[in-house]
Write a protein that binds this ligand. Structure first.
Ligand SMILES: [Zn+2]
Length: 110
């Protein structure tokens, strides 16, 4: 009875104002519609799974979470070589693909 319920442990504190869910999906469509080609390699990406929104100035470097600060980057669809999004994320962080970045542009903290 005095055991702490496992479910009470907070897996993640998330009180930041970053977009998620339907608002993020709407932004993806807006940004992709305005410019559906990868900002790095110029490849035409497919909606919805062929690209990720990337923050030109990463949020953790003080970039704004706005449409204007977002661009389309291609992602790797299967296979092992990263797409431009994975490459940029790695260089933004200053090291190689050690941190997983969520769809909203923030490192996944699990
Ligand atoms: Zn690309």
């Amino acid at each position: 009875m005095d055991e702490y319920p496992h479910a009470l442990r907070t897996r993640r504190t998330d009180n930041s104002p970053r977009l998620r869910g339907r608002k993020l999906q709407a932004r993806r469509l807006r940004v992709w519609t305005a410019s559906p080609c990868c900002a790095v390699c110029g490849k035409l990406t497919s909606y919805p799974s062929g690209f990720e929104l990337d923050h030109k100035v990463p949020l953790f470097k003080g970039g704004e979470d706005t449409d204007e600060n977002c661009q389309v980057l291609c992602v790797n669809l299967g296979g092992r070589s990263p797409g431009c999004h994975e490459h940029k994320t790695a260089s933004d962080l200053g090291y190689q693909l050690k941190v997983e970045i969520g769809l909203d542009g923030w490192p996944v903290e699990d």
